[in-house]
Design a binder for this molecule. Sequence first.
Ligand SMILES: Nc1ncnc2c1ncn2[C@@H]1O[C@H](COP(=O)(O)O)[C@@H](OP(=O)(O)O)[C@H]1O
Ligand SMILES: [Mg+2]
Ligand SMILES: [Mg+2]
Ligand SMILES: [Mg+2]
Length: 409
Amino acid sequence: MKLSTLKIADIPRPLLLLSLLILALSTLTTFTARLTQLSRQLSLPSIRRFTTTSPTMSSYAKELEIAQLAVQRATLLTKKVFHEKVKGTTDKSDKSPVTIGDYGAQALIITAIRRAFPHDEIVGEEEASDLRSKSSLSGQIWQLVQAARLEDDKAEETLGGPVKSEDEMLDMIDEGRSGGGAKGRIWALDPIDGTKGFLRGGQYAVCLALMVDGDVKVGVLGCPNLPIDDSAQLDEKAGEDATDEGNGVLFSAVAGEGATSRPLTRGGLAEGKTIHMREIEDITQATFCESVEAAHSSHGDQFEIAKKLGISKKSVRMDSQAKYGSIARGAGDLYLRLPVRKDYQEKIWDHAAGDLIVREAGGEVTDANGKRLDFSKGRTLSENSGVVAAPKAVHAQVLEAVKSVLGSK
Ligand SMILES: Nc1ncnc2c1ncn2[C@@H]1O[C@H](COP(=O)(O)O)[C@@H](OP(=O)(O)O)[C@H]1O
Ligand SMILES: [Mg+2]
Ligand SMILES: [Mg+2]
Ligand SMILES: [Mg+2]
């Protein structure tokens, strides 16, 4: 029989039904993929939820994978610098320290974001202008950046390959100069949070978050010096004499999908576990965390607040967003950060990832007035004052103590 004379009636029924089924399935798949893409572009969470085909498939699966791998790769570089006696430290215009580790990690992470999401904006803490006039420092960072490769070709391929040249490295660092804001997709990056801890041999974190229209949707914290074991409880020495030997944890969260921890590796991503804050039955037994640096938060006010809550245990002093990660997995309970100076505005990159990870683990994060942290105002949290993070069930009680201590000053 000639093909041109073939009639539908001539096709065997089972074959016809099978062809129709394949056609219907492929049309549905294309439609669903297009709808998901559209909802992502338009930031429509309700459509996104509807089009997510399985409960384990994240709405921000690609963003989460890139963010985790980019942070993991950057910790290869920071760990190397952590073990060096000389860390290429310079002072920034605000007199705060920055090291070759901070610059190198920022270059690596921004390169990964640029390759995967070329249209996204990035708010990064560091900028390259000082490096452009200090070629020996820039050369040292370039050596480190070239050496920082994940021991997993597929993971490197996912990140879009290495930084191509020293010039590209400097340009990538400067790609972090977005002013932030309430519209569109903006990443907040702190390549080394807790630089003072990093220099002192304490805790530090590599922090990355994606905000969409001012809301944090994805958060990742790489904490090379925290124990892998989620149940390892913090004691008052936890923030001192830290090391990455046998340690290293990668925290992550996606809005509405919970928080996870997994061991940091030198290659691809390890298996993750869901984490939760601890349920506190008796607030007097809570472990509270605060900065090591007295200039970053008021140790005096925090002591008074703990006293008011009946907490007699000494605080755990620890640098960086490792505090957020630690309370999110129930290794501690509260994080208090009350302002020392009225004119200081907290930076979004110091809180975006930690805020989401704690909230997704069952916590509540507000400022000292009980307002949610507002990441839509630019590079700083200009509408907020301080941070109060606690399990949901006791947050109101903690906030009451905060207000009472601050109100009586
Ligand atoms: N006066 C101040 N009040 C609050 N935070 C401050 C501060 N001066 C600097 N910081 C921020 O505190 C961060 C460290 O927080 P912590 O004390 O929890 O480790 C620093 O991040 P970097 O180390 O990334 O610069 C810096 O941005
Ligand atoms: Mg800094
Ligand atoms: Mg920081
Ligand atoms: Mg920093």
